[in-house]
Design a protein around this ligand. Structure first.
Ligand code: CO8
Length: 257
């Protein structure tokens, strides 16, 4: 199967999905997320695949949800268009999912990496949730999964004040598993995926399920609340101002309305 916004390949029992919208730094739009959902489903149901590697380009894993497609949307349109719900397909993946991150992993891009089971980073990686700089909040699990990963104090700074973490900080704070030089991160991520793929598949799947259960209580409460608050912000002047300011490459003028 070939895709317009993804490149896919398999290496023995590892399925590889590469986000491929270079003109927008792999920003996530509906078409890309639909393809990602289909590609994940195909690998999940392929008995020859035992681990999945998700990656982007050297410049960007993904710079967030596509601001162009959201800028003028109303709250009702956002609730109805199913865009954010497409993200949920990641939660149905029971095989181990490893993110190989280089460059920008911002907003929905970081949320994508956080929804994976392990993150291998290039020294060039930059992690952040800059949504408040465009008048919204993370809507695909960022407030919950980042807080679980790095703790409340740092999550507050990252989400409320757009603090970016570089790769070494992300390693120190427990957001990523390992950091490698740019010329090696991808091969190391593939090696990790190949190693996990060698383990007993039913045991790996059971272990993933059990580890995920340790986070389930927080996620069950937090994810629906986060999504609802994210949608509500599309009913504000600040969301329209923030996103149009980004697209017009100017500073936003907040009204608090
Ligand atoms: N959406 C749409 N286009 C984007 C995005 C984006 N998120 N990020 C970058 N682009 C585009 C730029 O508009 C630009 O296009 P053009 O050449 O046509 O002007 C092109 O990619 C290259 O970007 P820049 O020229 O800005 O490159 P720089 O190297 O100067 O800057 C940055 C790189 C810092 C990454 C900058 O592009 C940036 O700040 N991007 C936006 C980051 C951001 O705010 N992300 C959060 C988006 S909101 C979000 O993710 C909410 C998630 C909600 C749930 C998602 C469910 C899927």
């Amino acid at each position: 199967m070939s895709y317009l916004n993804l490149l896919t390949e398999t290496r023995q029992s590892v399925g590889i999905i590469r986000l491929n919208r270079p003109q927008a730094l792999n920003a996530l739009n509906t078409d890309l997320l639909k393809e990602l959902s289909a590609a994940l489903q195909a690998l999940e149901s392929d008995p020859n695949i035992r681990a999945i590697l998700l990656t982007g380009s050297d410049r960007a894993f993904a710079a967030g949800a596509d601001i162009k497609t959201m800028a003028t949307a109303s709250e009702e349109e956002m609730r109805l268009n199913g865009f954010v719900e497409l993200f949920d397909s990641l939660q149905n993946v029971r095989k181990p999912l490893i993110a190989a991150v280089s460059g920008f992993a911002l907003g929905g891009g970081l949320e994508l990496a956080l929804a994976c089971d392990m993150i291998i980073a290039s020294e060039t990686a930059k992690f952040g949730l800059p949504e408040v700089t465009i008048g919204v909040i993370p809507g695909a699990g960022g407030t919950q999964r980042l807080t679980l990963a790095v703790g409340k104090a740092l999550a507050m700074e990252i989400i409320l004040n757009n603090r970016l973490l570089h790769a070494e900080e992300a390693l120190r704070f427990g957001l990523v598993n390992r950091v490698y030089p740019p010329e090696r991160y991808w091969e190391e991520a593939l090696l990790l995926a190949e190693q996990v793929a060698e383990r007993a598949p039913l045991a790996v799947r059971a272990a993933k399920q059990a580890i995920q259960a340790s986070q389930a209580p927080a996620l069950q409460n937090g994810l629906p609340l986060e999504r609802d608050l994210f949608y509500q912000l599309f009913n504000t002047a600040d969301q329209k101002e923030g996103m149009s300011a980004f697209l017009q490459k100017r500073q936003p003028a907040w009204k608090g309305e």
